[in-house]
Design a protein. Structure first.
Length: 78
């Protein structure tokens, strides 16, 4: 978790994490564009998620519930 020592969210850490993900996505798309279309990897990822939609639906539900209960027990939600 990206938390500050006082229990709140570390917004600088969240911004850094978001920037890191954005750079990864852009580099991945640029690498794909050198040998084809830039959106080919994202099409493959989307097709993989659609093919395994039950697994990803269950995974997202469990992840969101886990995050909710973690925040609830940490005192974030009353």
């Amino acid at each position: 978790m990206i938390r500050d020592p006082f229990g709140g969210w570390d917004w600088d850490g969240i911004k850094q994490f978001g920037f890191m993900i954005l750079v990864f996505v852009l580099l991945f798309s640029f690498g794909a564009s050198t040998s084809g279309r830039w959106f080919d990897p994202w099409t493959w990822v989307g097709n993989f998620i659609l093919t395994n939609s039950t697994f990803f639906l269950i995974l997202s539900m469990v992840s969101l519930l886990g995050f909710f209960w973690h925040e609830r027990f940490m005192g974030g939600l009353h």
